[in-house]
Design a protein around this ligand. Structure first.
Ligand SMILES: Cc1cc2nc3c(=O)[nH]c(=O)nc-3n(C[C@H](O)[C@H](O)[C@H](O)COP(=O)(O)OP(=O)(O)OC[C@H]3O[C@@H](n4cnc5c(N)ncnc54)[C@H](O)[C@@H]3O)c2cc1C
Length: 392
């Protein structure tokens, strides 16, 4: 039975505490021992993914009616921050999947929800979000992938790039133009559920990256690929731009939470190191120059966490949070970069060694300023919304 998407959500505090405890135990026992191996070899973490399925993370924000946990954004953000403080990359695997699920749950037809969401919640189908193209990232309305209706099918042509889960995933929320001539351009955009296995749907190259290793970022190529018309999300053409941007608020809260995790993780590593590394007869934590860094790092991490939880709480109240999610994403991602850089300096020469973990935080943090809308765009969104809320 299909039900409407419910953004207003809460959680029993005992259940949340149990869930977070289970995540902490899993991180300590299973995740931490395998991070370095997978990050250095850029190796898909098969067992980690299976364990995340068992923990219910692939259904974290999917409604309970479809077999998901139906978590509020606040609990979801806390989970993402916890995992990211040890290894950010795995959170990207279930986040892209959940943003695709959100598009279906919010905008899909009853039949689409019933068909796709239970399998996604169980992790049987791993999803992703296919918006970006070689010539269109920030300017989404410039995409060139087209879908032309022929009877009960749509014929898809075009190339998507940088798609998280692109190689290992099974199905994607695919943004296309159903009317390339439309003006304004967004009116000609539509979104499909594009699953692998259809003739003409090929996986392209896996992109070699600076960080965010182990998770695959790949190309998706469509050459006269025929998708059934009932895979048009919502069943109506012209809604794709709103469907794609409709998941961005939760997506930005997720990226903010990843930034919080990275900022807190870099702080944790630097705090430990500063107390054991000695120069001039005392731990470097007792030198004022290092104290100034730690003081700023802990303040930055705390502020990032509070901004992120503030945005998530407003989201869970059902409010429009483009400004709040934008502020959280912008601040937390910059906090991650700055804390990772300061931690590198505290580690001195050892920061540059792959035998230590801190270099991974530095590589991973930079991505947070780009994904789910660059930080240049975030500041413009924040400012526009701020002015709108404060008319003269
Ligand atoms: C590791 C990784 C994973 C990714 N995963 C996914 C995914 O799963 N699905 C997906 O669809 N995409 C994904 N992306 C793509 C990502 O969303 C885009 O890279 C991002 O939206 C920026 O687009 P672009 O790279 O084309 O940069 P551009 O849009 O070309 O922007 C270049 C620069 O210009 C700035 N700029 C652009 N327009 C303006 C403006 N109007 N005013 C001021 N400044 C502006 C930008 O802020 C940026 O600094 C991923 C990217 C990476 C690196």
């Amino acid at each position: 039975m299909a039900s409407a998407y419910k953004q207003t959500r809460g959680i029993d505090p005992d259940f949340e505490a149990q869930l977070l405890d289970a995540i902490d135990k899993w991180i300590a026992r299973e995740l931490r021992p395998v991070v370095m191996e997978h990050d250095h070899a850029d190796k898909w973490p098969t067992e980690t993914v299976d364990q995340m399925v068992a923990l219910g993370l692939f259904g974290a924000t999917i409604g309970e009616d479809y077999g998901g946990l139906g978590l509020p954004a606040v609990t979801y953000a806390k989970i993402v921050a916890r995992i990211s403080s040890y290894w950010m990359a795995p959170t990207g695997i279930f986040n892209s999947h959940l943003i695709m699920a959100l598009a279906i749950e919010k905008f899909g037809t009853p039949a689409q929800k019933a068909k796709w969401l239970p399998k996604m919640a169980r992790g049987e189908i791993r999803g992703g979000l296919a918006l970006t193209e070689p010539d269109a990232g920030t300017d989404l309305q410039a995409i060139r992938t087209t879908a032309r209706r022929e009877g009960d099918e749509y014929v898809i042509n075009g190339t998507k790039t940088w798609i998280s889960n692109g190689i290992k995933g099974h199905a994607f929320a695919l943004l296309v133009k159903t009317n390339p001539e439309a003006s304004p351009r967004y009116q000609g955009m539509s979104m499909f559920i594009a699953d692998k296995g259809h003739e003409g749907f090929k996986t392209g190259k896996k992109i070699e990256k600076l960080g965010y290793k182990a998770i695959d970022s790949g190309e998706l190529i469509f050459e006269d690929c025929r998708l059934p018309a009932d895979q048009l999300i919502g069943g109506e053409e012209g809604q794709g731009f709103f469907q794609a941007t409709g998941g961005l608020e939760l997506g930005r809260i997720n990226v903010a939470a990843r930034g919080v995790g990275l900022a807190e993780g870099a702080l944790r590593l630097a705090t430990d190191y500063a107390q054991v590394r000695k120069t001039f007869g005392k731990p470097i934590a007792e030198h004022q120059a290092i104290q100034l860094k730690l003081g700023e790092m802990v303040t930055r991490a705390r502020a990032a966490r509070l901004l992120t939880l503030d945005a998530a709480e407003a989201y869970d109240r059902g409010e429009r949070v483009d400004m709040e999610a934008g502020m959280a994403k912008y601040f937390a991602s910059e906090a991650a970069v700055k804390n990772a850089e300061e931690a590198m300096r505290i580690f001195g020469g050892y920061s540059y060694s792959k035998e230590y973990e801190i270099e991974r935080y530095y590589r991973d943090a930079l991505l947070m300023c780009i994904g789910e809308g660059t930080n240049e765009m975030q500041r413009m969104i924040i400012a526009k919304q701020w002015v709108k809320r404060n008319p003269v």
